[in-house]
Structure formats: C-alpha cells, structure tokens
Design a protein. Structure first.
Length: 271
C-alpha cells in the first residue's frame, strides 16, 4: 500500500540540490508583514524585499505605510500597502484576499503587530489588559488563520514574540509578557496542526531589546543597566541582527525547523 507523503515534502525534496546561500532567497515569494508602518516591522519588510520577496504591508497608519512601501519599491520589489486592524478577523481576511488578488499567492506571513504597556498589575484596567492581548495574541491568530486558508505547501509563518515570553521583565508588564508567552504557545500548536497536513511551517522569534518605538519609551539608563546585567553580550540588538533571523525562518533555508521559538536576545534567556 502506498504511503502518502506530508504536504511540503515534495517541495523540500526539489530544493535538496540548491546551493546553500540560494536557499535563503525569497525570489518569487510574496510576504505579508503586519505592523509594517514603522520600527521593526518596516525593517522586516525591507529585509524580505532584499531577499527577493514582494510585500504586502499591513498596519493601521496609512501615511506611514505609504512611506514604507516606497522604500520597498526603491529596492525594485512590489509593495501593496493595506490599512489593516489585526484585531478585526474580517480585516485580516480582507488583507489576505487582497494579497492573493494582487499577486496570485501568499507564501510568508510575519505576525509583527504589537502593543506594549508597563502598568503595575494592581492598577491595570481590564481595558488596558484586553487591548494588549487583543493586538499581540488574538491579532496574530486571526491573521494566521486567514493566511493558512490560502498558503501553498512550503509556506512559512513567523510570529514575533519576545524574550519577555521566556524570562522576567525589569518593569511591570503582565499583559505584554502574557501575550508573548501565549504567542509562543500558539506557535507550537499551529505548527502541530499545519506543518504536516498543510505544509505550512510556523515558528517564532523572541527578540530581546532592540531600538524600537517601545524601547524609546524606557529611560535609557534604566534599560542599559538591565541589559548589562542580563545579556551576555551586554548591549542592545541591531535591526539587521533580527532581520537575519526572520529571513532565515521565512526562507527554505529553515525547511526542517518547525514549531520552535528562536531567541535573538544577546544571551538574555540563556541565563
């Protein structure tokens, strides 16, 4: 009796003879990045374009989306800006359908949209807590759910979690830490459901402290003291160091990596 092979295995076998550096290429792929209007998300979009992908940029700030899209086009890639609220499942489905309508397929999803707060637990309101969970965890779920409906075998989803889903914070961030720990659990489960049956690998990246809109709100001296005491490298990360991890997990170079959380944190979670 013939044994059926898992979805995506044939794709992987075809790539077996591809030179190693070419396996990092995303040429011919289409990637959707949420939270792409600025900061780390816009950086991820540029990195994916540099690797050869065309981009769908989803975020709520339309004007900044246009600026990010212009940067992608300067690299010679196509960019489709989509004003999207990831907390709305219908908006997520609309973004995915627009991507397929424009490019014909969707191969990579980077779930980057996120919201951070630092509120003591005894003073945090239900609305504040729910808002963080709604964006960081539920938003990632709605977008992954919509994307998985159309992604072909060999596709990849990369969830942007956080080192605070793995270790304690120096400030009161119950909602943020809970949302990112939940995203790590969601990554494992979606990979379990989709990697074999649909050929869609689901992984997560857990960044440490990088320069972003969130870290700009932290007093510099306080943040540097914390990093010096917890990171084996003793410094903040740079965008290009995180970009490399995201492109790796999005590309065929990581074809046998599934369901993991890759900490890119300067050794912070290794303590």
């Amino acid at each position: 009796m013939a044994v059926s092979q898992p979805e995506g295995q044939a794709v992987t076998q075809r790539e077996a003879g591809v030179p190693v550096l070419e396996r990092f290429s995303l040429s011919g792929k289409v990637a959707l990045v949420t939270g792409a209007s600025g900061g780390l998300g816009a950086g991820f979009a540029v990195a994916l374009a540099q690797a050869g992908a065309d981009l769908v940029l989803a975020a709520r700030r339309r004007a900044r989306l246009e600026a990010a899209s212009a940067e992608i086009r300067r690299l010679g890639r196509c960019a489709l800006p989509m004003e999207t609220d990831v907390t709305d499942p219908e908006a997520c489905r609309a973004a995915v359908q627009e991507a397929v309508g424009r490019f014909g397929h969707l191969d990579v999803l980077i779930n980057n949209a996120g919201l951070g707060t630092a509120v003591p637990a005894l003073r945090e309101t239900p609305q504040q807590f729910r808002q963080v969970i709604d964006v960081n965890l539920l938003g990632a779920y709605w977008m992954a759910q919509a994307a998985a409906q159309v992604m072909p075998p060999g596709s990849a989803i990369v969830n942007i979690a956080s080192v605070l889903g793995l270790v304690k914070s120096f400030s009161p961030q119950a909602a943020y830490s809970a949302s990112k720990a939940g995203l790590i659990g969601l990554t494992r489960d979606l990979n379990q459901q989709w990697s074999r049956r649909r050929g869609i690998r689901v992984n997560a990246v857990a960044p440490g402290y990088f320069r972003s809109e969130m870290t700009e709100a932290i007093p510099p001296g306080q943040l540097q003291d914390f990093i010096a005491g917890t990171s084996t490298l003793g410094r903040m990360g740079e965008q290009h160091e995180l970009d490399a991890a995201v492109v790796f997990l999005a590309s065929p170079a990581s074809s046998y990596i599934a369901g993991i959380t890759l900490a890119v944190d300067g050794g912070m979670s290794g303590h």
